[in-house]
Design a protein around this ligand. Structure first.
Ligand code: TMP
Length: 252
């Protein structure tokens, strides 16, 4: 499929104009960053694998009625998505303490949380995506109380469903980050849909049997075997591309 002009380049993906109005092509790079761009690197084949994993998970979520921006995968590194107006809030859902929650509150990594905890971060590279409260989101007009209710309801369903999907492949869903966007129909009605991607870049995934980390923390913390971890998640989900994802597979 012919790509249109580049619309936006992020840390892990590039967005191009799609062939039809209201569509975009989401291109998955192998680039990886951590700690708000302080650490930079390449995870070879990551783009190919995240494209597949995100396609698979978005399709499963759509089957249970969660609206998403996903339309179809085009090739090894690209998928066609609906163009949305991204809501500048990252929604983080946590089932087990890890990462910044452990650091901030002194709760050891791996502690089961009494219930799933939801956090909101304001999407801003300059500010390092700071944690914010609902008060900030509504006061500054980033999203309305209704938008927050809708996103929260979807995020909790996504958590329940994905926790089950990952449990089925011997993996614990520790925490993850979602982004949502607005779509306007011909009557000007607004709908909120799940956007961005769902992959080991934005989930923490631990092997149930060994607690081994199978996500981007292996890159963030220089643990090695980063590529293998991403491949293993894809393999267990049944979506590992047949050709070795060596980064050479940019085309169909
Ligand atoms: P944190 O513990 O570093 O706050 O991360 C919580 C979850 O959110 C974890 O699964 C990784 C994901 N995440 C992103 O996807 N993007 C980010 O910029 C950050 C900080 C976290």
């Amino acid at each position: 499929m012919a790509r249109g002009r580049k619309i936006y380049e992020g840390k892990a993906k590039i967005l191009y104009a799609g062939t039809e109005p209201g569509t975009l092509i989401q291109y998955f790079k192998d680039d990886a960053t951590a700690f708000n761009n302080e650490k930079k690197g390449v995870i070879t084949g990551k783009g190919v694998i995240n494209n597949r994993i995100s396609e698979f998970l978005m399709l499963r979520l759509m089957e249970i009625g969660i609206p998403t921006h996903f339309m179809n995968r085009i090739n090894m590194r690209e998928q066609l998505v609906r163009e949305v107006e991204i809501i500048p809030i990252e929604i983080i859902i946590r089932n087990i303490a890890a990462g910044s929650l452990s650091k901030r509150l002194g709760i050891p990594e791996g502690t089961q949380l009494p219930r799933s905890i939801v956090e909101y971060c304001y999407k801003s590279d300059e500010l390092g995506d700071p944690l914010v409260a609902e008060e900030h989101i509504t006061a500054f007009g980033w999203a309305s109380p209704q938008d927050i209710d809708d996103m929260l309801a979807m995020a909790l369903r996504v958590n329940d469903f994905l926790s089950g999907v990952f449990m089925g492949i011997g993996v614990k869903l520790i925490d993850f980050k979602l982004e949502f966007g607005r779509i306007f129909d011909e009557n000007g009605e607004m709908r909120i849909v799940l956007a961005d991607e769902i992959s080991p870049d934005n989930c923490r995934l631990w092997d149930i049997a060994t607690n081994e980390k199978m996500d981007k923390d292996r890159f963030r913390r220089d643990m090695g075997h980063v590529e293998e971890a991403y491949q293993e998640i894809a393999r267990r989900l049944g979506v590992l591309p047949e050709e070795a994802p060596d980064g050479a597979n940019d085309g169909a």
